[in-house]
Ligand binder design. Structure first.
Ligand SMILES: [Zn+2]
Length: 63
């Protein structure tokens, strides 16, 4: 009976919280590798296939 969409996610990307990056991650903003245990934003990107992928991005300015 409800017409509400449960999970309306129109953003291509969203940044949820800060955390420590695991090893081997690359910042999608500057395409540079992120140092292990560097403080980063954790977010999810939606691929064109629709499956979300977790990404990590530098906080503030990229180096
Ligand atoms: Zn970066």
């Amino acid at each position: 009976m409800t017409s509400k969409t449960l999970n309306q996610d129109t953003d291509a990307s969203r940044w949820e919280y800060t955390t420590y990056a695991p090893k081997g991650e690359t910042c999608p903003a500057c395409m540079k590798p992120i140092a292990s245990l560097e403080r980063v934003y954790r977010g999810t990107l939606k691929r064109q296939s629709g499956s979300p992928v977790v990404v990590y991005r530098h906080i503030g300015k990229c180096p």
